[in-house]
Design a protein around this ligand. Structure first.
Ligand SMILES: *[C@@H]1O[C@H](CO)[C@@H](O)[C@H](O)[C@H]1NC(C)=O
Ligand SMILES: *[C@@H]1O[C@H](CO)[C@@H](O)[C@H](O)[C@H]1NC(C)=O
Length: 375
């Protein structure tokens, strides 16, 4: 009895709440003076403090911590083979205008179970890279955040402002982006969230920019987006996929509860005519548009040489409960599909869009709007 009790006591002493370890960048060369480059300090804190101390699979047990304060990030940081830790940004990170700066500022590669969270912010100063809206001046200007070949990662509560190029790219499986905002110039090449892989999830985010809001790239099997707000964006899209026989496999995509205002497009499936593969079982439900050009648009000829190869099959796309306003010079529904492989089972239920031109339907079959033939 006594032995059992002392064993229990020993067990209580030796298994305390998991250790909480903080690797503060200030201890590894960072200075909150908005001048010293934060990049080397992030790398050093990660390699010498985070990596040796990760002993569990609870990401929040080991923090790579950027405290409150103003930090300048002027070099790319790559966390390769990262697993089971938390990049916790409490401060403000600024990008300088450096014409030589390119690539991606923060990359997680081959990673697993990483949490990137705020409440801090990253300020991209993108407008300085494209003065007067000139996208050609610094064409290789940097992107902000990339999860490349990463699974079970999460990004939340960090606010991203005006990246020189795309904001968040996530490639991998079972990743989540949620409860965060992206606020950028109303200009192209400022994508909000570009997602590919299986079973990724984006929810409760807002994006203001001039390009993709929350967009699916190939390959994707299983994607959900819910409670999304898009302002001045190019909409919530699938594609584009690249040119020249790019293989496409996008299936089982579900968007719900999305508002899109003042946008260049609402929902687009956009490909080159020589893409090869399938886009199938796609559902959009609960969209509210205001002043959205091209609210519902499927185009096999979005870009490229226009030759109709018919090698991309788009099918089983449902638009449900879609209301609001388009723009007076664009159709509410525009379907421009392959003649050789028409879009099949395109269904519309509860679609009421006003302030638009008449629908235009070419090489598509389905139900629910006037002008679409049954399959
Ligand atoms: C930090 O530096 C950046 C880049 O030069 C600048 O845009 C930003 O305004 C500065 N932030 C503060 C708080 O001074
Ligand atoms: C279609 O996708 C949804 C997710 O949006 C999924 O629940 C459903 O099982 C898929 N249907 C088929 C036939 O695969």
């Amino acid at each position: 009895m006594l032995a059992a009790l002392s064993l229990l006591a020993l067990a209580l002493v030796t298994s305390p709440a998991a250790a909480f370890i903080e690797c503060n960048v200030l201890d590894y060369g960072a200075v909150a003076d908005n001048t010293t480059d934060l990049g080397p300090a992030l790398t050093k804190a990660w390699t010498t403090c985070v990596i040796p101390q990760v002993t569990t699979t609870v990401a929040t047990n080991v923090l790579l911590y950027v405290p409150a304060g103003n930090f300048l990030l002027k070099s790319n940081v790559v966390f390769d083979d990262a697993a089971n830790w938390n990049l916790h940004i409490a401060g403000n990170i600024y990008l300088p205008f450096l014409p030589s700066l390119t690539g991606t500022m923060l990359t997680f590669e081959n990673c697993q179970n990483i949490l990137l969270n705020g409440p801090g912010a990253i300020f991209g100063n993108g407008y300085r890279y494209r003065p007067g809206g000139n996208l050609a001046l610094n064409p290789s200007r940097p992107r902000l955040i990339r999860f490349q070949n990463c699974n079970n990662c999460e990004i939340t509560a960090v606010t991203l402002y005006d990246a020189p190029q795309f904001h968040v790219t996530i490639i991998g499986n079972n990743n989540v982006a949620h409860d965060m905002a992206i606020i950028a110039s109303h200009i192209g090449e400022t994508d909000g969230f570009d997602m590919s892989g299986n079973n990724n999830y984006v929810h409760d985010v807002s994006v203001e920019n001039g390009d993709e809001c929350v967009t699916v790239k190939t390959p994707t099997n299983g994607f959900v987006a819910e409670r999304i707000t898009c302002k001045f964006t190019a909409g919530c899209n699938i594609g584009s996929f690249g040119d020249a026989n790019t293989a496409v496999n996008v299936q089982n995509v579900f968007y719900s509860d999305v508002t899109v205002s003042n946008s260049d497009a609402g929902i687009m499936i956009k490909s080159y005519p020589d893409n090869v593969g399938i886009v199938k079982n796609i559902t959009y439900t609960g969209f509210t548009f205001s002043a959205a050009a091209y609210p519902l648009y499927i185009s096999a000829f979005w870009a490229g040489n226009g030759v109709d190869t018919g090698k991309l099959a788009i099918s089983d796309v449902t638009f449900n409960d879609i209301t609001g306003t388009g723009t007076p010079t664009r159709p509410a529904v525009l379907l421009d599909c392959n003649a050789a492989t028409p879009c099949k089972n395109i269904k519309f239920t509860g679609v009421t869009l006003t302030g638009t031109e008449a629908n235009q339907i070419k090489n598509a079959c389905g139900s629910g709007i006037t002008g679409i033939p049954a399959c």
